[in-house]
Design a protein around this ligand. Structure first.
Ligand SMILES: Cc1cc2nc3c(=O)[nH]c(=O)nc-3n(C[C@H](O)[C@H](O)[C@H](O)COP(=O)(O)OP(=O)(O)OC[C@H]3O[C@@H](n4cnc5c(N)ncnc54)[C@H](O)[C@@H]3O)c2cc1C
Length: 450
């Protein structure tokens, strides 16, 4: 192998087994730091011959802790983070372990961008394979919409290519179907010119937060596609609500009407909007890595009704102490331009993604916070678009019905067939799992999908 193997007796083992979610504390048998696609194939081979369960680690951000497996083998891609840019063709080539920090630094050197996630340390591949919602969703759609191709090491150790010409069905599956089909070692993305944005954060507190949230809702519903806008609801220690709205405007106006309305909403205590680089916008949220215990659960919703806003405000004080945050992501604009023929992702029709993100430090609070997130998701459920949340935010205990609902029956069955061709033994099951349909006898995976 060109890379390195870290065993439990090696220094650095505890650092290497950390993930974003401090609730996850697993001790793998070994962590394989791959450098090449061939290393990934060797690791998969070794895991098979030793009967070891496999986990794949990109940025280590998945809140379910899918990147770690107790007593198994972790295929760690953190040495595979380079990103090359063909600025004339406007295409970026990212290695399988690249994060958005790596990606944005490389593409912004040429004034180019693809719509990615809002936290730099998140893995590009992991985020893309679940869809990808961020600061440019209204302008350019989901991250997976711009995935043009990938090099993938399948569980049997073969190296295959997914693209419109080479295996369009695999490419379709990678656009939303998660890390179910293989380990991606190289991904290709379409790029767009963009250097500066009008963005940052607006912070509201106190009794007017409900009104500010309604204004946010009305505004994004009617918003042009040059304005993406997310929101984050929380409470301070005295249970006063706090709303953070994070617009990202890329239009021509120096003072767009939509932002004027947000800036004049009641309860505003901090106006941090400014023209800055896209890289600066990508640093608007920088949560610490691996310190908090987390449990996330939510729903894509049809609308953000007044009653639902009241419900959400009530849920923020229900625990009697700060429970964490509630993330509100709008799906207006370009996310709606495509449908399930482009990729497996199944949530485009929703208006918003609402996620209860319980976060805490003390292990004795585990049960209370987990229960808070579950009850909050249950309170949102009457407005649910499909009965499911975002696969990228799901915990490992989500029932298969919720995973199925995230895609819809037809897409889920199509994904199961694809899984049956590439991973009939379900080697890659540390993810929001697609159980394989039995493969067609005697037909190799590549032929079966071409
Ligand atoms: C703080 C934070 C911020 C986030 N922000 C956003 C956001 O703005 N937008 C958004 O859409 N999502 C966001 N997410 C969710 C995130 O996209 C998913 O959790 C994603 O799975 C993380 O990918 P990762 O590589 O960092 O995680 P990991 O835990 O390393 O990987 C998760 C899983 O992804 C798969 N995977 C990763 N890399 C590969 C690969 N190269 N080949 C095959 N499979 C692979 C594997 O199944 C792996 O188990 C955020 C999560 C956190 C914790």
């Amino acid at each position: 192998m060109a890379g390195a193997v870290i065993a439990s007796t090696d220094s650095g083992y505890d650092q290497a087994r950390r993930s974003y979610n401090a609730l996850i504390d697993r001790r793998p048998a070994a962590i394989v730091r791959c450098r090449l696609a061939g290393d990934v194939a060797v690791a998969l081979d070794f895991a098979r011959s030793e009967g070891l369960e496999v986990a794949v680690r990109g940025g280590g951000h998945n809140p379910a802790g899918h990147c770690m497996v107790a007593d198994g083998l972790v295929i760690d891609l953190s040495l595979m983070r380079s990103v090359e840019v063909d600025h004339e063709a406007r295409i970026a080539y990212a290695e399988g372990g690249a994060t958005w920090l790596n990606f944005d630094a490389a593409t912004q050197a040429f004034g180019l961008v693809t719509p990615g996630g809002v936290v730099g340390t998140t893995g590009v591949a992991g985020l893309t394979f679940g869809g990808g919602i961020g600061h440019l969703t209204a302008q350019h759609g989901l991250t997976c919409d711009h995935l043009l191709g990938a090099e993938v090491v399948t569980p049997d150790g073969s190296i295959v290519r997914a693209s419109a010409d080479e295996d369009s069905e695999l490419l379709w599956g990678l656009r939303g179907g998660g890390g179910n089909f293989g380990v991606a070692t190289r991904l290709e993305f379409r790029l767009f010119p963009l250097e500066r944005v009008l963005g940052g954060r607006l912070i509201y507190t106190g009794r007017h937060v409900g009104e500010a949230l309604r204004r946010y809702r009305d505004l994004v519903a009617a918003s042009p596609r040059d304005l993406s806008c997310g929101a984050l609801l929380s409470v301070d220690e005295s249970l006063e609500p706090i709303l953070i709205v994070s617009p990202c405007y890329t239009g021509a106006s120096a003072d767009p009407q939509e932002l004027k309305e947000l800036r004049s909403a009641p309860g505003l205590i901090d106006d941090g909007l400014r023209v800055h680089s896209f890289i600066a916008q990508q640093h608007v949220f920088n949560p610490p890595y691996g310190e908090e215990r987390c449990y996330w659960k939510g729903h894509f919703v049809r609308e953000l009704a007044d009653e639902l806003i009241d419900e959400l405000l009530g849920r923020m004080v229900a625990l009697g102490r700060p429970p964490g945050q509630l993330l509100i992501e709008s799906l207006h604009g370009a996310a709606k331009d495509n449908d399930s023929s482009l990729g497996a992702v199944g949530f485009r029709g929703a208006a918003f993604n609402l996620s209860a993100m319980a976060g805490w430090m003390d292990p004795t609070d585990d049960e209370d916070h987990i229960e808070w997130a579950r009850e909050t998701a249950a309170a949102i459920a009457p407005w649910s678009a499909s009965g499911a949340g975002y696969v990228n935010y799901m915990q490992a205990d989500e029932p298969i019905e919720r995973v199925r609902a995230a895609f819809g029956d037809e897409t889920f069955e199509r994904l199961r067939t694809l899984k049956g061709r590439y991973d009939p033994e379900n080697v890659l099951r540390r993810n929001q799992n697609i159980p394989p349909h039995p493969a067609e006898p005697g037909v190799p995976a590549q032929e079966a999908t071409s």
